[in-house]
Design a protein around this ligand. Structure first.
Ligand code: FAD
Length: 468
């Protein structure tokens, strides 16, 4: 009987333990992707980008003699229907660790098992599964550095090669058409602009890793904090859909380190931050929706869509680092890590606004949106998370810009107002945003929505007066 291979955030053929084992069994394999209850909740940009990934994966599977069967609906309903139609007696998938996926998968597993189906999950989305990393006393890690120390000398297994041909069933079940799902529907005008900034699919992801290792990993430690430099790997976009495995990054980084590439260890540490985010989200799932430190629920965050919040989202706060960063995200679907830290600090501290508002905006706009890294990043910046930057440490976006954009390249790349010859990228922002925002590159650059000193003081006062 065939095996149904349910693809989710693992849209690749190589280093895919479930696929390798399915092919090794010699049984027919039916690859499936579901527009299910979890996909349904995705923000505009990640959903659109996921659609591109699904298309690339379908093509890659066809080259191996297989197909990707698409169905829409509740995961369990779709899988039960497929089991019935195909006579499959096994449904296999790669494990996920965020609360929404875990709930879906737990329900699917128990219902299928009850029906006598071999419902089985495999590793593949992280370097080390969250329950395999324990502190000396048997707990989980809440602080990154000891987590890194616990991992750095452990070696994940070598990446698995992609299978040759994938054995096909005698008859393929019916499939939806991807276009009918309209996964880019919520992107409006933006999709055409953002499309110039994505790198889609497994092959492209491997090329990206290869180019990074060959050209940029050596200088990574020196360049990674400068948003105008092309200093980082950009692989978060591919990792989040599983177009490449973290294990592939780990081994490439280890090889580079053995060859004496200077930035390699720093790169490995960053890859482990991603694992740390999944470690935290697995052990404390509330991190995705509630303050990790429970007492912060009482903090007087603004939770309204104020004028200041709107201007933050639109990149019109009058603070160039913040605005450049938010425009970068709207146009490219990604934002430099230093810039993410700055805009998150500015929203939660200078604007005293709940990190959930920023987290949700990122979830709408980021093509590399990841449920674990996004939640951890926001709570780190807000001071409400484990191993977070303390609330009283407030980034000054103006001095940060002087330090990390000393020649003004990042600012000029994204801010058109007031420039004699605005750059094409800065102008592309005005093509990407909805017309209803009423923005024009010819307008004057906005005055600051809050004075930096006053905003800082207001944040510190709120912190000092908190009753926890
Ligand atoms: P590189 O510098 O090349 O690093 C290599 C890989 O390491 C990355 O691809 C990523 O998988 C991992 N990594 C690096 N930094 C971090 C980090 N701080 N936390 C977790 N993993 C990391 N990352 C996402 O993938 N999705 C998100 O939705 C997301 N939201 C964030 C929100 C905030 C407020 C902050 C402060 C950070 C967020 N990050 C998120 C983490 C980080 O900014 C991005 O992973 C990084 O900018 C991706 O660029 P890169 O692939 O070029 O990274």
């Amino acid at each position: 009987a065939p095996i149904i291979l349910w693809f989710r955030r693992d849209l690749r053929l190589s280093d895919h333990p479930a696929l390798t084992e399915a092919v090794a069994s010699g049984r027919p394999v039916i690859p499936v992707f579901l527009h299910d209850e979890v996909v349904e909740t995705h923000g505009a940009a990640p959903k659109w980008r996921l659609g591109l990934s699904v298309a690339a994966h379908a093509k890659a599977l066809e080259d191996k003699g297989a197909r990707l069967i698409l169905r829409r609906g509740r995961a369990l309903d779709c899988l039960q229907a497929l089991v019935k139609e195909t006579g499959a007696d096994a449904v296999w998938w790669t494990r996920a660790y965020d609360p929404d996926s875990i709930q879906r998968d737990t329900d699917v597993k128990s219902a299928l098992k009850e029906a006598g189906i071999d419902a089985r999950s495999f590793a593949g989305h992280v370097l080390f599964e969250p329950w395999t990393v324990e502190t000396r006393t048997g707990g989980f890690y809440k602080v990154y550095t000891p987590f890194w120390k616990a991992l750095r000398d452990r070696d994940p297994a070598d990446p698995l090669p992609a299978p040759g041909r994938i054995p096909a069933p005698e008859n393929w079940p019916a499939s939806d058409r991807l276009d009918d799902w309209a996964m880019g529907a919520a992107m409006r005008r933006g999709a055409e602009v953002v499309a110039d900034h994505v790198t889609v699919g497994e092959e492209a992801a491997r090329g990206r890793l290869g180019a990074f290792i060959a050209n940029r990993i050596d200088g990574y430690a020196d360049s990674r904090d400068f948003p105008a430099r092309d200093g980082t790997s950009h692989l978060s976009e591919n990792l989040t859909y599983g177009e490449i495995s973290p294990v592939a990054l780990w081994h490439a980084g280890q090889r580079a380190m053995a060859e004496g590439k200077r930035g390699a260890e720093t790169f490995l540490k960053e890859v482990v931050w991603r694992d740390f985010a999944y470690h935290l989200v697995y052990h404390t799932p509330r991190i995705t929706t509630r303050n990790w430190r429970e007492e912060w629920e009482a903090f007087p965050w603004n939770t309204e869509e104020t004028e200041a919040v709107t201007r933050w989202k639109q990149g019109r706060t009058g603070e160039p680092f913040v605005d450049a960063a938010l425009r970068e995200m709207y146009v490219t679907g990604t934002m430099h890590n230093r810039a993410r830290m700055i805009v998150a600090s500015y929203l939660t501290k200078h604007l005293l606004t709940h990190w959930r508002i920023g987290q949700k905006w990122f979830e709408a706009c980021l093509t590399d949106w990841d449920p674990a890294s996004n939640a951890m990043g926001w709570q780190w910046a807000a001071g409400s998370g484990p191993d977070a930057t303390p609330y009283f440490r407030v980034f000054n976006p103006a001095t940060q810009l002087e330090k990390f954009d000393p020649n003004g390249h990042y600012r000029r790349r994204w801010i058109a107002e007031g420039a004699a010859n605005p750059s094409d990228t800065a102008l592309s922002y005005f093509d990407a945003v909805p017309r209803s925002w009423g923005l024009s590159p010819d307008a004057a650059y906005p005055a600051p929505v809050v004075d930096l000193q006053a905003g800082r003081q207001r944040a510190l006062d709120a912190y000092q007066n908190r009753d926890f």
